[in-house]
Design a protein around this ligand. Sequence first.
Ligand code: NAX
Length: 332
Amino acid sequence: MAEPIRVCITGACGQIAYSILYMIAKGDVFGRDQPLILHLLDIPPMMGVLEGVVMELADCALPLLVQVVPTADPNVAFKDVSAAFLVGSMPRKEGMERKDLLSANVKIFKVQGEALDKYAKKDVKVLVVGNPANTNAFICSQYAPSIPRENFTAMTRLDQNRAQANIAAKVGVPVENVKNVVIWGNHSATQFPDVKNATVKVGNVEKSVYDAVGDSSYLENDFITTIQKRGAAVIAARKMSSAMSAAKAASDHMHDWWNGTENGKWVSMGVVSDGSYGVPKDIVFSFPVTIENKQWKIVQGLTVDDFSRSKFAVTATELLEEKEEATAVCKL
Ligand code: NAX
């Protein structure tokens, strides 16, 4: 058996955590032969609830789960961790825009960045789920200067999974037949779900999504807005934000970061922009990436036309504004 690794999940009493803890603890993310010590962080008023979560984890009788460390102290939560899922924050309520959340949530990620910097392993992989995820990831990395910026990523995998499922349903094929859908930009209503380079297997034939769907007007209008507004549609129906699907997406994201992407496939992750595709540098922007040896690389050379560039501009502008606001909030 391998040595156990320490993995932190923040917002451990929340609804996303309630799904993802089981996925992680049974080996979906780090492998079926990787023992785990889970560090669970939540805020002090939730410590009673957290006890219940710890009891349930014990009652799952999972062979990989060596130890659980429940805490309200970020310094304990991040001590020697190899991976961190930063889920904890205030969730968006019906009718609330993401911008309203920014000032409340960004401060949490400043504190957690500082704690990661001091206590986590220097090669820790940090996945930010809590919204505004891209900007929170940026702020977190700013306050953890001893950890490479590449180690801070934001989740847009739920948007990718939504887009992939939408195309699969439209064409009438299983979801795994659709590949290389890309989410560009912010995890918000300005994101650009893009199928220009995506393919779908129909029978035994691999086709472009454009050919298989045969309706470019759908792909450039309703498809995009449906994915952009899917989170709001789930909230309207469920009266709570996406949780099971968000947990699955976080699990997929970290799984691929840890284990690598399959040959010929790419996945979308919010990563610090290096200026690829004309996107402004130094914002956490979702790009298509491939992953090898736990290092992601932005996929280069994809078809990007004027339509795509206009979409990039909108989402990049929003991220630049968020970054400015967040930086101002952190300096107060
Ligand atoms: P919940 O309200 O169910 O849980 C949040 C938990 O975080 C609570 O237990 C709360 O006490 C805890 N928390 C608050 N401040 C904390 C802090 N400083 N340290 C540690 N824990 C803290 O929310 P949930 O539905 O689990 O959603 C969590 C976050 O994910 C929200 O910000 C939500 O907007 C975001 N989402 C992000 C998605 C993405 O694709 N990036 C999709 C799903 C989700 O909307």
